[in-house]
Design a protein around this ligand. Structure first.
Ligand SMILES: Nc1ncnc2c1ncn2[C@@H]1O[C@H](COP(=O)(O)OP(=O)(O)OP(=O)(O)O)[C@@H](O)[C@H]1O
Ligand SMILES: [Mg+2]
Length: 249
């Protein structure tokens, strides 16, 4: 049986009286590359926050690695890059390597003899995201696409099993987007990291992922590449037109 990394069962969530997710169920298996799409305000970010335990459902259960999110403590297994990470202060005077090592500091104590090992690790991760040449560059001087790679690197230092990304491609040109997808498929295929990514670019993402969660009116519609020809033909049939997609349901 496939290993379930995330399971959401009959979950509902409201902000005050505004119900944004209504009795939603879905599963993410080990090795999946999941794309989440939907109009502005369709609760994509909310769903991601529920899955990483930043919000609690009003009803239903959400499990991470088989454990209810409320009890889940193994946060190293999870990487989460939020939607507002791009607001990262441009003037922040840190270098790429400092930003990437931020997540490691909590592990350090008086015994700093592990530092060399940490440095090696950071080096290796920067190679994976192809940012090793920028190790000593100031984060504020990088382009949007380069910065995204650094944020990916930062979330990789703890060897996560799953990476949640909230619109990582906003403001990134087409060529850099393609490179970014190459990086993601490397993480997915070579490093076996399960990926969950929100994107508005339905045409592109539908070609890259295994599953699409389509959010509309508080519901989630799942399209699976393995048993739904629709996902492969999405762009051929509908082009980039998101509205058409929603009318299909
Ligand atoms: N903290 C909050 N308090 C009250 N309402 C909120 C809060 N956060 C989000 N909402 C509302 O919940 C709904 C879903 O928001 P969410 O941010 O999850 O949507 P989204 O699909 O990520 O949108 P976008 O594509 O614009 O990022 C929206 O109507 C939003 O206004
Ligand atoms: Mg959002």
């Amino acid at each position: 049986m496939e290993e379930q990394i995330v399971s959401v069962e009959n979950a509902s969530f409201s902000y005050g009286t505004n119900t944004v997710l209504d009795n939603v169920s879905l599963k993410i298996n080990k090795g999946d590359f999941v794309g989440i799409i939907g109009h502005n305000g369709s609760a994509k970010s909310t769903l991601l926050k529920l899955m990483v335990g930043l919000l609690k459902p009003d009803k239903g259960t959400i499990k991470l690695f088989g454990t209810s999110v409320e009890k889940f403590k193994d946060y190293k297994k999870i990487g989460y890059i939020s939607q507002n990470v791009r607001d990262f202060n441009q003037m922040f005077p840190a270098t790429v390597e400092e930003v990437v090592s931020i997540n490691l500091y909590h592990k350090r104590n008086l015994f700093t003899r592990f530092r060399n090992k940490d440095n090696e690790k950071i080096e290796k991760i920067l190679e994976i995201v192809e940012m090793d040449k920028f190790k000593t560059s100031k984060i504020g001087n990088l382009s949007g696409g380069q910065k995204q790679r650094v944020f990916i690197a930062r979330s990789l230092v703890n060897n996560p099993k799953i990476l949640f990304m909230d619109e990582p491609l906003v403001g990134i040109d087409l060529e850099s987007q393609n490179k970014f997808y190459d990086l993601l498929s490397k993480l997915n295929n070579e490093y076996n990291i399960t990926l969950v990514m929100i994107s508005h670019d339905v045409g592109v993402i539908s070609k890259k992922v295994d599953k699409i969660f389509c959010l509309t009116d508080g519901k989630v519609y799942v399209h699976d590449k393995n048993n739904d020809v629709y996902i492969n033909r999405l762009k051929d049939i509908y082009g980039e037109d998101v509205n058409m997609l929603f009318h299909k349901h």
